[in-house]
Design a protein around this ligand. Sequence first.
Ligand code: SF4
Ligand code: SF4
Length: 207
Amino acid sequence: MPQAIPIIPGPQVVPSAVCFKCELCCRFPEQDSFLRPYFTEDEIRQAVTHGIPSSSFPDHRGSQIEVVRHPKDEGFLCPAFDPITQHCGIYEVRPLDCQLYPFALMWNAQHERVVLGWDTLCPFLLEQAGEENPPRRADLQPSALTLPKALMEQAQRVAIYLESDNVLNALAVHPRLVTPFQPDVVVLQTLDRLTATLRSSNTRDTR
Ligand code: SF4
Ligand code: SF4
């Protein structure tokens, strides 16, 4: 049986009270959005045990979840998401992909290195970086944005976690947890050990 990925240590990056008032995560404009969360084999098993239909996962060895139509026809939802309570129905066992956000694990623009960054689409992080909310997207220069010290330290802890042996092994088996380059993401640091692991296992697959 594959080893479970340990949960990310420390508090959630964005306070739950903030997320409950936000309308971004867990909703998707397109049915085939590449941002749909990826679940490993173990995470799929846990999600199904907690009530998600097994048919939500096209490949039980690891796959992105199939989203469902919003009841008011406002795009698509993760099937674990309750649009009335705004809660994740599998919060305790949500996948690494969801735990990480609004940090992002992706290939750099040249697809040469794996990097950790933060997503400027998250209004909380953008505000923490000193931008007005809602931001004037046209004027936004992601490379000029800096997070406060506490969040940078949190990102550093996440980077150490991602390059720990257990997590590296899981990422080698599930390279699709590393997304393609996203221009809205501010790159914080290169993950050299993870890059070398994916290169040596020749697993540069992505979504
Ligand atoms: S975008 Fe940010 S604030 Fe909004 S739900 Fe996601 S993590 Fe929370
Ligand atoms: S698993 Fe939970 S946190 Fe992740 S997208 Fe679905 S509802 Fe949101």
